[in-house]
Design a protein around this ligand. Structure first.
Ligand SMILES: *Cc1c(COP(=O)(O)O)cnc(C)c1O
Length: 411
């Protein structure tokens, strides 16, 4: 008898995006002439940088020759990629790392899920609310939680509300926690944390022997000087934090697939018998057993992001999205809508006007402006009364959407 993993049955059906799709389809059927603009997606839309495409092609050609053919690479990723990441992404921040501390992967979603392999089930985990749903659902899947309550909170997880009232920086948990997920710049709120605010978490983690999972998927979108791009900019973080990065949003790799995990040499966890154990060693054991490396052409393409042309071209694409973000943010503000984010992240998190709930606002925006966004309540109970717009769209669509919103609500 093959028993299933019953923990999967605790998961609530993926409701958010199917429900958005259902309402949009219903609207377009009733209003076939309406030109609907989608600002709900969390996917990029601009093509890859030319230098990246060129390196990708070259790597394919390498595979077609005996001299340059590449078979299995190192499970942890090629040194030439890890080294250029250190040189271009970490050294300028004053963060010293070795290639042994970098693990190249096929994307950050898998990494955020897989990391749970090396931690015991009885750890108490703290997660933001609203949140990137992967953190929550993967903990349910491994069996760390009980059932969800009517709010959607799973028993056993400590939720940290993120709202305008706490400036989107949650308070330190009152109960003792062992693992803390932090995502800055944040998805879905688009907000960031200062060094002082992150230091509070690093100090907590060090004092409690906890580990921070720091998701920096949007670090490349930071424009405000002084906002940390890496948790390791905070003193002591190498003793308590694992960092996740991705080429997905940074360089348009959502379809190409490449990410990385940083597990510092100093970082330890505790064994059942109470001894300290090196987490880098444990993660390496996991990676070498369960993974055979990101593909060679993908790693070549990722390395090209750091070439002089690749870097400039990639920065230009990010600037394009961030100009979209500014257009959305300023347009909403001009229409009298309270909003957050959109300065250091490609998401604008707006407070729904007149006390509407997130889905009421979704319907209003769709019906009156023919614009689709994402209801904040879909990211967790504390997202109720908020709404996410993404800056990943095409410029003229973004401008039209903002114009419609201003015409409908401005003055
Ligand atoms: C998009 C995103 C990622 C990246 O996922 P990939 O699997 O690398 O594409 C990670 N974390 C957050 C919060 C994201 O929004």
């Amino acid at each position: 008898m093959a028993r299933i993993n019953d923990h999967y049955l605790k998961l609530k059906a993926g409701y958010l995006f199917p429900e958005i799709g259902r309402r949009v389809t219903e609207f377009t059927k009733a209003n076939p002439q309406a030109k609907v603009i989608r600002l709900g997606i969390g996917d990029v839309t601009r093509p890859l940088a030319p230098a990246v495409i060129q390196a990708f092609h070259q790597a394919i050609d390498d595979l077609g020759t005996t001299e340059n053919f590449a078979g299995y690479g190192p499970e942890q990723g090629y040194e030439w990629l890890s080294q250029v990441i250190i040189d271009k992404s970490y050294k300028p921040l004053g963060v010293e790392l070795t290639t042994n501390e970098i693990f190249i992967s096929d994307g950050s979603k898998c990494d955020c899920a897989n990391i749970l392999d090396i931690f015991a089930l009885d750890n108490v985990v703290a997660i933001g609310d609203p949140v990137y749903p992967v953190y929550n659902d993967t903990n349910v899947m491994v069996g760390r939680t009980g059932e969800a309550d009517e709010k959607g909170y799973y028993k056993g997880i400590v939720y940290m509300p993120f709202t305008a009232d706490n400036n989107f920086i949650p308070d330190l948990p009152k109960e003792e926690v062992d693992i803390i997920y932090l995502c800055y710049p944040n998805n879905p709120t688009g907000t960031v944390a200062s060094k002082e605010e992150l230091k509070k978490w690093v100090d907590y983690a060090r004092a409690n022997d906890a580990v921070i999972f720091f998701d920096a998927a949007y670090e490349a979108f930071i424009t405000t000087p002084g906002i940390p791009h890496s948790i390791y900019e905070i003193e002591g973080a190498k003793e308590c934090a694992i960092e996740f990065r991705s080429f997905s949003k940074t360089a348009g790799f959502t379809g190409v697939r490449c990410g990385l995990v940083v597990v510092p040499e100093q970082l330890t966890g505790t064994t059942a018998s109470g001894e300290k154990y090196n987490l880098n060693r444990l993660w390496k054991r996991r990676v070498t057993t369960k993974f055979n490396g990101a593909s060679y052409p993908v790693q070549r393409a990722a390395a090209a992001v750091y070439s002089d042309e690749g870097w400039q071209q990639t920065r230009d694409i990010i600037a394009y999205y961030m100009k979209n973000a500014r257009i959305i943010r300023e347009g909403l503000q001009a229409a009298g809508v309270e909003c957050y984010g959109g300065v250091d992240a490609p998401y604008i998190w707006l407070k729904t006007p007149k006390g509407m709930n997130s889905w009421e606002f979704f319907d209003k925006l769709l019906n009156e402006c023919h614009v689709v966004g994402t209801p904040g309540s879909g990211f967790g109970p504390s997202g109720e009364g908020y709404f996410r717009l993404s800056a990943f769209g095409e410029r003229s669509n973004v401008e039209t959407a903002v114009q419609r919103i201003r015409n409908t609500w401005g003055k």
